[in-house]
Each structure stands twice: as C-alpha cells, then as structure tokens.
Design a protein around this ligand. Structure first.
Ligand code: FES
Length: 105
C-alpha cells in the first residue's frame, strides 16, 4: 500500500520524524532531496530511531548508540544485532510516498 505522507518541503532536513501507517511505526529521514524510511523501533530495546542523530547515511539509536544503515536497515555496531525493516520511499512532484506492505512488522 502506498501512502502519501507529506510534502518534501514540510520534512525537516537532517533529522527524523515518526510516521504511523496503521499499526506500523516508521522513522522517516530527509537528507537534502533524498528521503529514507526504516522501522522506528530499534531492534535492541525499542527506542525510537526517529529521535536519533543522523550522519553519513546512518542514524544513531538515541538510547544505547547502535548505528543503523538508512538504506539496508542493518545495525553497524553493538549492542543491536538485528536489522530494522526498510520501507521504499519515492518523491514525486514534491510529495513523499511510502510503500508499506500489509504484513509489515
Ligand atoms: S535501544 Fe537502540 S541500541 Fe539499545
């Protein structure tokens, strides 16, 4: 299911926002004209990744500091060892669209 979440210009550049699509919590990050989306709940102890700091294509979990790759969802350092889901994002005509599967975690 594709969901229009916001105008690109309404997303803050360089930090995350949390978006809820049904029961699914998603961390959305705008980096310039690009947008990435991963599961909002850290795979270690469920901190909100949308509140983490981003740099160089990664977000740092605000609770214990594991970095997650914004393209693959993979943790790049401990204590997290499991990936978070990644959601396809498309920017069209200035609006941001997320694709969320019906069975998304
Ligand atoms: S809750 Fe994210 S690293 Fe612990």
């Amino acid at each position: 299911m594709e969901v229009k979440i916001a105008a690109l210009d309404d997303l803050p550049d360089g930090r995350g926002v949390k978006v809820e699509v049904g029961e699914v919590e998603i961390a959305v990050f705008r980096i310039g004209d690009e947008v990435r989306a991963i599961g909002d709940r850290c795979s270690h102890a469920k901190a909100s990744l949308s509140e983490g700091e981003i740099w160089d294509g990664e977000v740092e979990c605000p609770r214990h500091g594991s970095p997650f790759d914004l393209v693959t969802g993979e943790p790049l350092g401990l204590p997290a060892t499991s990936p978070v889901p990644v959601f396809p994002v498309e920017v069209r005509d200035g609006y941001v669209y997320l694709t969320v599967a019906e069975d998304s975690p």
